[in-house]
Design a protein around this ligand. Sequence first.
Ligand SMILES: Nc1ncnc2c1ncn2[C@@H]1O[C@H](COP(=O)(O)OP(=O)(O)O)[C@@H](O)[C@H]1O
Ligand SMILES: Cc1ncsc1CCOP(=O)(O)O
Ligand SMILES: [Mg+2]
Length: 275
Amino acid sequence: MEGAGAMEWGPLAWSLLSRVRQQSPLVQCITNFVSMDLMANVLLSAGASPAMIHSLEELPEFTPNAHALCINVGTLTSHWLPAMKAAASLAVQHGKPWVLDPVAAGASSFRLKACTELVDLRPTVIRGNGSEIMALADATVGTAKGVDSAHNSMDAVEAAKSLALSSGAVVAVTGAVDIITDGHRVAGAANGVALLQKITATGCSVTALIAAFVAVDPTHAFEATASALSIFGVAAEMGIEMAKGPASLRVHLIDSLYGIDEASVLSRVKITHMK
Ligand SMILES: Nc1ncnc2c1ncn2[C@@H]1O[C@H](COP(=O)(O)OP(=O)(O)O)[C@@H](O)[C@H]1O
Ligand SMILES: Cc1ncsc1CCOP(=O)(O)O
Ligand SMILES: [Mg+2]
């Protein structure tokens, strides 16, 4: 697939979503207890095949067969960390893309150290909110507000670029405008609705959606990441037209992602190069 320099973003995002629907990539998710349900349903509604498999004993047989891996430290314990590291290493060893969600990276030194060690295992993409990306880039504890962001995504652009350059990953910062950078290029995806912040695990779920998009085009992680973020935002924009509040938005988000068509993608995707 061509990169976004040679293509419009709308057709590119539609092409990637179509490939997810056709290929139904197997996405292994090692994720927190809060997000498992929504994450699996978001992946299914986009056409991917989720598997929440995290036992250390199963990884050598399972991870090499997955098309992408998503690791999320939301409810991290010392018992889960070895499996996360082993899965990340297996993914890299077998040439599979993997995506890190450093939930509440700055909440404790244990969590920050774990996230830093995972970053050292070379994720393809890191997706977090503004506070998480700033904590990870600066290796600082205490600036976050638990799992929610105390910063705008725009506050974290320089931190994201620096983390991308030091880690080799594409870094995405979500917020009113989602920022995507490989350290050189910066794009902004302006889809989505503010009410997504009132549904737990929407950030986790969009990270898994990024894994599904990267699975079908691993050599264009920057474009795949921007496209996944924008498509998720478009589904939320369509969903909110039918929703009465967070609970019904959750339902309509899943329905909209399942039913989204080419015309909606082409008319609604709002991705722009910022640099
Ligand atoms: N103010 C906002 N306006 C529109 N969309 C938003 C806003 N804040 C967050 N989002 C969207 O909500 C989803 C979750 O992002 P975010 O809340 O930043 O992650 P997290 O749940 O990890 O903190 C993303 O799709 C993001 O684009
Ligand atoms: C509430 C909570 N606590 C630990 S993980 C988690 C879910 C966080 O989900 P998200 O980062 O998508 O808001
Ligand atoms: Mg999060």
